[in-house]
Write a protein that binds this ligand. Structure first.
Ligand SMILES: [Zn+2]
Length: 368
């Protein structure tokens, strides 16, 4: 069961919601070497899309094709500039257009790989393009050149290993996450993984949320168990971060998100009320490492730095609250979930008004 914050959802929230600006306009990258033949391409204008290049003696692999054929061609040129090995593989870490629309510009000889659920989610180019217009402020024409959605040539289940010639790459799918088919591209030799939309730097909520926060948290726990030696994560959006602390932060965030929204939904709060309360009262806050990452980041836009990332985090949080609220509504309509109206605050039964007033107290009971 999926929910996406669409244009209609933004209007419902008073039209004030602004999606993250993912327009390819002005998108450039700083290649950062992370090991032999391993480069991160970090967008100078976050949260626009990051990429990665991993090269062995015999072949190179690029992470994500970008939001348009033009972006894809630039990334391919950057790959050719940092390695002499031929580009043989491209991994889509999500089905979403900002990771897959550029597939169409890849030479036929490049094998496009994705998880099986990601491939299944690539159904309608028109519908996927429509999802992106709210994230293209002032640049509605950006997707005009996207006329064909090249699908992955091959898919994998939970794990696939690729030998590039002296460099091993592992592709993982840990379960539903930000999207149904999130993939993680791990280079064990560099203790680094590209995490797509699945895992951002600690302090940054998911770029979008297309499923249940609790299932997502379970997938993150699987990642923690299966990649215990991982040190660095390079997300598709925003700065690179420390792997284990980013995983732990997001698990806690998702559990709190679900718990808070569920408590408000139980008592009949509207989506707007849920947003208002959760924006004020949710316990998450940006860890100091995010401030440090903001300082170290080579931003090339006005208003950059810590305040920029903090503002981005708030917008992503708002989007996640609404997505979670809609998920609960959908489950109720499907008969999978009923409202729990038996909550007590400090020993007293709640009214709808008091649950909003005393959201902190309810959360403190940890009854969810
Ligand atoms: Zn993305």
């Amino acid at each position: 069961m999926l929910y996406r914050l669409s244009t209609a959802g933004s209007v419902e929230l008073g039209g004030r919601y602004l999606g993250p600006d993912l327009s390819p306009h002005g998108l450039t990258w700083v290649p950062r070497p992370l090991g032999d033949g391993v480069h991160a391409l970090l967008a100078t204008t976050p949260p626009k899309n990051n990429h990665g290049i991993i090269a062995g003696d015999q072949a190179a692999l690029v992470i994500d094709a970008g939001i348009s054929p033009r972006v894809s061609r630039i990334v391919q040129e950057l790959a050719a500039s940092v390695t002499g090995s031929p580009l043989r593989y491209l991994v889509n870490t999500s089905h979403r257009g900002d990771h897959t629309f550029g597939n169409a510009a890849l030479p036929a000889g490049v094998h496009v790989l994705a998880s099986a659920p990601a491939r299944t989610a690539m159904r309608s180019l028109a519908e996927e393009k429509a999802q992106w217009f709210p994230d293209m402020p002032g640049d509605d024409a950006a997707l005009g050149e996207v006329t064909r959605w090249r699908l992955p040539d091959a898919t994998f289940g939970s794990r696939l290993e690729i030998d590039l010639g002296g460099v091993t790459v592992e592709l993982w799918h840990f379960g539903p996450g930000s999207s149904p088919g999130d993939a993680v591209v791990c280079v064990p030799g560099a203790r680094t993984a590209w995490t797509g939309d699945f895992l951002n730097h600690a302090g940054l909520p998911p770029i979008r949320l297309d499923g249940c926060p609790l299932a997502y948290a379970a997938s993150l726990r699987r990642m923690r168990e299966l990649l215990p030696d991982l040190e660095t994560v390079v997300p598709a959006h925003g700065p690179a971060g420390h792997a284990q602390s980013s995983i732990s932060w997001l698990i806690t965030y998702l559990q709190d998100l679900y718990g808070n929204v569920k408590a408000l939904w139980d008592y009949g709060a509207s989506a707007r009320e849920a947003v208002a309360v959760c924006m004020l009262n949710c316990s998450w806050s940006a860890p100091p490492s995010l401030s440090a990452a903001a300082v170290a980041y080579d931003f090339q836009q006005p208003g950059a730095g810590h305040s920029y990332l903090a503002g981005l985090a708030a917008r992503l949080h708002r989007s996640a609250i609404v997505a979670t609220y809609r998920l609960l509504e959908q489950r109720e309509r499907a008969g999978d979930l009923s409202r729990n109206t038996g909550w007590l605050v400090r020993g007293r039964a709640c009214t709808r008004r008091s649950v909003i007033t005393h959201c902190w107290a309810i959360r403190a009971q940890r009854r969810w």
